[in-house]
Write a protein that binds this ligand. Structure first.
Ligand SMILES: [Zn+2]
Length: 254
């Protein structure tokens, strides 16, 4: 007999104010879980009903980002409204291109974690060696390194490589995930990071690796793509993550 959990309660993120709050939460959670890189890397989210998206103010640590400090950009890279800080140019190239090309995506999260950069240097890429990794098996694309993303042309190649995928290994650079919702994108980022950390830990032992058999990998992939809706998983854990922020960082919503 196969049983399933009750449906997750959907989080409402309908207004710019909602997006600001939940995207600021992403920055705080990236910092909390050690997935930040000083002031670098970026996460973005589409502003509902506008050709615009929100991204971090360049120069702030992720644990300093607040709903009000996020910068609104249009798809030509112009700041919309007033902003106390400028945005990051490479952030515009990467996030603007993906959000413009993928109407199904509302949030993009990019990291430079130690494990993420390490796995991005492996010729083998991500191996389906455990339950975390199988969620991404054949659903993660690969984008070759072109230097720091200052060239607008790179956006076209990012769009080509992310087509139909939930995440990208940015070769020699880091990781990137996309989601239909902010909680779904964070869910993928958290578990892609776990995937990278575990694989690098396993490889560092130098010992023989036990891989799941191919039929089990295929069956588990099927579970991830049908029985377990990633957006629902993200929404299920999101209230707990917001409680974590409220109890550890009482002023994060200001
Ligand atoms: Zn980067």
């Amino acid at each position: 007999m196969i049983i399933q959990d009750a449906p997750a309660k959907k989080i409402t993120i309908d207004t710019e104010g909602d997006v600001r709050l939940h995207l600021a939460a992403v920055y705080r959670l990236l910092a909390h879980f050690g997935m930040d890189d000083l002031i670098f890397t970026h996460a973005s989210a589409r502003v509902p009903g506008e050709d615009a998206f929100l991204i971090n103010p360049f120069g702030l640590f992720f644990n300093e980002v607040s709903p009000a400090s996020l910068v609104k950009l249009d798809f030509d890279g112009n700041v919309v409204g007033s902003a106390r800080h400028a945005a990051n140019a490479a952030g515009f190239v990467i996030h603007g291109a993906i959000l413009r090309a993928r109407p199904d995506v509302n949030c993009v999260i990019h990291t430079h974690t130690r494990a993420g950069v390490a796995i991005s240097c492996l010729a083998d890429g991500i191996l389906p060696m455990n339950q975390f990794a199988i969620e991404f098996h054949e659903r993660i694309g690969c984008h070759g390194y072109e230097g720091i993303a200052f060239n607008m042309d790179e956006g076209e190649r990012l769009d080509r490589d992310i087509k139909g995928k939930i995440a990208l290994v940015l070769r020699n650079h880091g990781l990137l995930t996309v989601g239909a919702t902010i909680p779904a994108a964070f869910y993928f980022t958290y578990y892609l990071e776990q995937t990278a950390r575990v694989q690098m830990d396993v490889l560092a032992t130098g010992r023989a690796i036990t891989m799941p058999d191919e039929a089990t990998i295929a069956a588990t992939m099927q579970q991830y793509t049908s029985a377990r809706d990633p957006a629902a998983a993200g929404h299920r854990m999101w209230p707990a993550l917001l409680r974590l922020l409220d109890s550890n960082y009482p002023n994060w919503r200001d």
